[in-house]
Design a protein around this ligand. Sequence first.
Ligand SMILES: [Zn+2]
Length: 218
Amino acid sequence: MKPTIFGSGAIFKPGINKNLEFKDGLDGYEVKTATPENSWWHRRDELEAYAKSLDPVARVSRKTSFVWGIGALRTFATTIGRTVYFPDNWTFEQAKSCMPHEVLGHVAQFRWAGFFIHPTVGIPLGLFLYALMPLPIFGAWVRYRAELHAETKAWEYKLPRGLINGLQLKARAVRFAKMVGGKQYVYSMPHCWVLRGFTRRAEKVINAVKRRASGQVN
Ligand SMILES: [Zn+2]
């Protein structure tokens, strides 16, 4: 029943989303909390091989240091330079579904910030821009654009491969926009702005992938 909402297009009107409840997993992202037995950590090599298939320099690591013990940092995946850090309470499937965003998006962004020499070179400038430009909150345009770019790269990778469908992509756009405009991303930009950006981009990616697919058929 519920997924039909996402096909209607009505969800793209900014402002109405706050009344909609998103069922866990509806956007194609697993949200199950891992037990010590099924943590992604047990399949670390497999996960890193997947990361390297997206970018040969990428690697994965655990969030075991106390530094990660602050707010959303503790529960989220975080990329710094070429390394994607995951908390131990993520399952392998969760970590894998997040990987295109982290590697095709954020690792590439650190490479850009490192003048295309290496993602590690881009760490100081990348973190500075992401956290503080032009303002730390409500005007963190770079943080918003970095997340929009990373998510676009993930959608462009996942949609043609059937790893996500159009309905899930739209649901993901709204759900993720809520986070990027909310406390998890330290209120990067006003929520209505972020929502508009993500939903428009979702439409654009879906249409481009559709066009490409029909072009291949003809
Ligand atoms: Zn991100």
